[in-house]
Design a protein around this ligand. Structure first.
Ligand SMILES: Cc1cc2nc3c(=O)[nH]c(=O)nc-3n(C[C@H](O)[C@H](O)[C@H](O)COP(=O)(O)OP(=O)(O)OC[C@H]3O[C@@H](n4cnc5c(N)ncnc54)[C@H](O)[C@@H]3O)c2cc1C
Length: 285
């Protein structure tokens, strides 16, 4: 690993000034669970690391106007165990509980996970069906971005140079919504997903009113399964309709062949797990 200077700013302004001053030579570091490996493998060549751990006000969960606000420095384990998260969006607690091991979840932060932009990570599909957004802060000000627009390519997020992810905001789900997160783990319990699916649905008088489906580990970024959603929205919910809608995901995914399986296998598993997720949110009583 090559040498770097570690900065430990104590205000957000100080951190942003360091990122501006050192430009491409500087990278933020939060929990370090991804960054330390990237540095060791020389996949990140940074002369300056800007440690975020001492920044005030970026850790913890609160609620405003029905929305959940999660600070970027909150640990995965804190989200998983937060009574507020469990009461507001149990799907989110479930998704964070599926990440790796307790040891990793005790270190990895919400902001670090989302900006790392590994398409196989657990939280993004659930955040996408919950219509969550992130708050990005730079020396020029703040902007909001839907989590669905945060991922650009393998390990590439939409953050501009000099921007920090400072907050995750999760709105209230529609009344009566059912949710599910399924992670297909054929190897070990603490592995990254081979395929993952999150779904949210509301049904009234047998008609599908709202349906949101997102998948992870099936392409360069997590995706919203828009073809599946279009096939179901406003339709009578039947086992045949669910099966036909799940089949539509095959044309939307673009998985890589790797040690977790071939692209064809993952495409088939995307259909199977989408169907299972739909059955849980649309057909189960
Ligand atoms: C063995 C192992 C297994 C894992 N398995 C899973 C899994 O199954 N599912 C899963 O979802 N995750 C898994 N993870 C966690 C995940 O892949 C990342 O390591 C973790 O989420 C990164 O969080 P961090 O706070 O440690 O980020 P860091 O390592 O500190 O940083 C990661 C990236 O984010 C940037 N960054 C950090 N914070 C910010 C911020 N606030 N604003 C802007 N940029 C920022 C850094 O510059 C860096 O590019 C696993 C990790 C390990 C080590």
């Amino acid at each position: 690993m090559r040498d770097f200077i570690y900065h430990a700013p104590t205000t957000i302004d100080e951190a942003l000034a360091l990122l501006d001053e050192h430009g491409e030579d500087a990278r933020p570091i939060a929990g370090g669970t991804a960054m330390v490996n990237l540095l060791k493998q020389n996949m990140v060549l940074a002369d300056h690391l800007v440690g975020l751990g001492k920044l005030p006000g970026l850790r913890g969960v609160s609620q405003t106007n029905g929305s959940l606000h999660i600070g970027a420095l909150s640990r995965h384990r804190e989200v998983e165990l937060s009574p507020e998260v469990l009461a507001h969006s149990p799907l989110l607690a479930e998704a964070y509980s599926k990440v790796a091991t307790v040891r990793v979840r005790n270190m990895a932060t919400v902001g670090g996970g989302l900006t790392h932009a590994d398409p196989a990570q657990d939280p993004p599909p659930s955040l996408m069906v919950l219509d969550a957004h992130v708050v990005l802060t730079s020396s020029k000000g703040t902007r909001e971005l839907p989590v669905s627009d945060l991922f650009v390519d393998y390990y590439e997020s939409a953050l501009e140079p000099g921007e920090l992810l400072t907050e995750l905001v999760v709105p209230q789900s529609p009344k009566g919504a059912k949710t599910v997160y399924l992670k297909f783990l054929p190897r070990t319990e603490d592995d990254y997903a081979t395929v993952s699916v999150a779904a949210l649905a509301t049904v009234e008088n047998g008609i599908c009113q709202d349906i949101r489906v997102a998948l992870g580990a099936v392409g360069p970024t997590p995706i919203r399964a828009t073809a599946v959603e279009a096939a179901l929205k406003g339709q009578q919910v039947t086992p045949d309709a669910v099966r036909a809608a799940a089949d539509a995901v095959a044309d939307q995914v673009d998985p890589l062949t790797d040690f977790r399986g071939s692209d064809d296998y993952k495409r088939d598993m995307a259909v199977v797990f989408t169907r299972r997720a739909l059955e849980q949110v649309l057909l189960a009583s």
